[in-house]
Design a protein around this ligand. Structure first.
Ligand code: APR
Length: 232
């Protein structure tokens, strides 16, 4: 069995075909809200209710979304090669989990959980509103979304250090690379795959294989390339 480590790093583009809008594509999420208002610590401090309503709406929307074929194939890869494949996502949705993927690492938190600001514990909320919810551990009403906002630390970024040190292959699916530096990751390994819709010369030039098509159309080729890489 290969000891090689393959890191699959995904962004909003992976969930786009499930109907969840990406951040920067036209008509994306940001156009109705400013990043500042609903995804930053300052915006949250200014108007907690607006931000809580924003995440309530995203949670309610997520309930109606389904994993797509790309989520399913990533889940198959992870379940087939649990010790070789590491699944990192910037997405806060639970579509990889609903596709059967285990041990998904959410770099920017999870929409279906809340966090208590008193005891700091994280607990599951599913797709419900957080209105009136109290912490099941300490009873505090001082709870918030478990999504990382601009201006606060992202504890899961420690897994990026593991990628920097141990990755033999990096597969990047559906991310502009504007927040986590996927171009840097591609420079660390001999074998890197990029799947996006938009071309970004500067970012993309570091990748060995580039697939500019929807993730559901690219994922079978990605699956085969990873299998080949692990069987060498
Ligand atoms: N298949 C593959 N790629 C796609 C698809 C698709 N069907 N649709 C869009 N894409 C690609 C776009 O070409 C773009 O490069 O997905 C990428 C989406 O980029 P962004 O909208 O910037 O989303 P993302 O990279 O995940 O944003 C990163 O920014 O706002 C923060 O925390 C937020 O996690 C998010 C981070």
């Amino acid at each position: 069995m290969s000891s090689k480590k393959v890191y699959i790093v995904s962004g909003a583009g992976l969930s786009a075909e499930s109907g969840i809008r990406t951040f920067r594509d036209s008509g994306g999420l940001w156009e109705e809200y400013s990043i500042e208002e609903v995804c930053s610590v300052d915006g949250f401090r200014r108007d907690r209710e607006k931000v809580s309503n924003f995440y309530d709406a995203r949670r309610a929307d997520l309930k109606n979304r389904k994993p797509n074929y790309a989520h399913k194939r990533i889940a198959e890869l992870k379940n087939r090669y649990p010790d070789n494949i590491v699944v990192l996502t910037q997405n806060v949705d639970d579509l990889l989990e609903r596709a059967g993927c285990r041990d998904v690492i959410h770099l920017h938190g999870t929409l279906t959980d809340l966090r208590c600001e008193e005891c700091k514990k994280v607990f599951h909320i599913g797709y419900k509103s957080q209105k009136g919810v109290i912490c099941p551990y300490c009873g505090s009403a001082n709870i918030r979304h478990n999504v990382v906002m601009f201006g606060e630390p992202a504890p899961a970024y420690r897994y990026l250090n593991e990628l920097y040190n141990y990755a033999d292959m990096v597969v990047v699916i559906g991310t502009s690379g504007e927040v986590i530096d996927t171009a840097f990751m591609a420079q660390l390994v001999d074998y890197s795959i990029l799947n996006n819709l938009d071309v970004n010369e500067y970012h993309d030039k570091y990748f060995k294989v580039k697939l500019y098509k929807p993730a559901t159309k690219a994922i079978d080729e990605i699956y085969n390339l990873i299998e080949e890489f692990l069987s060498d």
